[in-house]
Write a protein that binds this ligand. Structure first.
Ligand SMILES: O=C(O)CCC(=O)C(=O)O
Ligand SMILES: [Fe+2]
Length: 367
């Protein structure tokens, strides 16, 4: 990517501090009790998930059941893909009709991210609304664009997706139980027509890691993210207690899990989708692979009926996930000079109602 173009420079208040705060990182949760049938041990695990979701919105899992080999194969295929000349990568470039493929000019809150990505649909094809217009019911289908090189990329993605999908369902059960819901309460939103996608992220070394970010501060709009990162590190999470940016130290063969906006709404704000960002390294490139678990386009996202009552009234009006996604995709692709649609646009408070429709910024698909 060469020298740092002004489009990458963050405003002063959003530039990373170079000294890294590692104190009291995000919780680490051992998932091996999932294979243990003792109810007491499983209850303890559910409690750990509840505390992590409440206090951090983020946690790391170990003994998660995803084979290391599947992840390593994908990491090395991703490296081979990004190692190619940019013109070859652009042969599988994302376009307006289909957001899957290669992209190197993503912006988060109007500032360009120092990264390149390759996006892959989990369900093939993925059904989605063709238009953001509320009264337009036409559908479109997203398909994956596979590059010629490296030839093993497709099989590596497909194998990894199968493994991570299983982990996603286990985590959904734990999250459901942690909200005192039946274990399978959330799975039907995904098992029939999910719009989940996976992203290969490549962050090249950056000559100005004090000025630019790999991904600017954002929240994930989807239900839950399962992230594999390599040993370089760069993810920072905004600590809820004091707003400090906390570096997530890479733990070999672990996944980082975060609650997205949809779980925030389903849980009626018991759990919060927390801001995060990616800092850069002046000498090392970094790879990461988020799996963005997302429901069917038909889903109306609203606080779950079991979690609202007269003492806890619904804090959001329902919104269509398919229309939300199509609206995001349109503003990203067209680089419309508007703020992206956000869950707070559906929040039931007088103050925020007054804000409705005030739009200022361009963000990427996930934020
Ligand atoms: O690369 C990472 O560590 C995180 C990336 C991320 O937050 C995203 O793509 O939404
Ligand atoms: Fe993210």
């Amino acid at each position: 990517m060469g020298e740092v173009d002004p489009t990458f420079i963050q405003d002063i208040e959003h530039r990373p501090k170079l000294e890294i705060i590692e104190a009291q990182g995000i919780p680490q949760i051992d998932l091996s009790p999932l294979t243990n049938s003792s109810p007491a041990i499983r209850d303890q695990l559910v409690g750990e998930v509840r505390d992590a979701c409440r206090n951090w919105g983020f946690f790391q899992v170990i003994n998660h059941g995803v084979p290391l080999e599947s992840r390593e194969k994908l990491m090395s295929a991703a490296k081979r893909f990004f190692d190619q000349p940019v013109d070859d990568k652009r042969k599988v470039r994302r376009d307006e009709a289909n957001p899957q493929g290669y992209y190197d000019t993503e912006h988060t809150k109007n500032v360009r991210d120092w990264k390149e990505v390759f996006d892959i649909s989990v369900a093939v094809p993925t059904k989605m609304y063709a238009s953001h217009e509320a009264d337009d019911d036409r559908l479109t289908e997203y398909r994956n664009r596979w590059p010629k090189h490296p030839p093993e990329l497709r099989a590596a993605c497909e194998e990894y997706i199968k493994d991570v999908q299983q982990l996603a369902y286990k985590l959904l059960e734990l999250i459901s139980l942690s909200l005192n819901l039946p274990a399978k309460r959330l799975e039907p939103f995904f098992s029939n027509g999910q719009t989940s996608f996976m992203r290969l992220n490549h962050y090249p070394p950056c000559p100005a890691p004090d000025l630019a970010l790999g991904v600017g501060r954002h929240k994930d709009a989807i239900a839950m993210t399962i992230l594999a990162q390599d040993d370089v590190g760069g993810l920072e999470v905004k600590r809820k207690t004091d707003g400090e940016w906390i570096f997530v130290k890479p733990t070999p063969n672990s996944f980082i899990i975060n609650v997205g906006d949809i779980i925030q709404v389903w849980s009626n704000d018991r759990y919060e989708s927390v801001e995060h960002r990616v800092i850069l390294n002046s000498t090392k490139e970094r790879f990461s692979i988020p799996f963005f678990l997302s429901p069917s386009y038909k889903t109306v996202v609203e606080p779950l009926a079991e979690l609202i009552d007269e003492h806890n009234p619904a804090r959001y009006t329902g919104y269509s996930w398919g229309k939300f996604f199509a609206t995001r995709k349109r503003s990203n692709f067209k680089k419309l000079n508007v703020e992206n649609i956000q869950i707070y646009h559906f929040k039931i408070t007088d103050e925020l109602k007054a804000d409705d429709g005030i739009v200022k910024q361009v963000e990427n698909l996930v934020v």
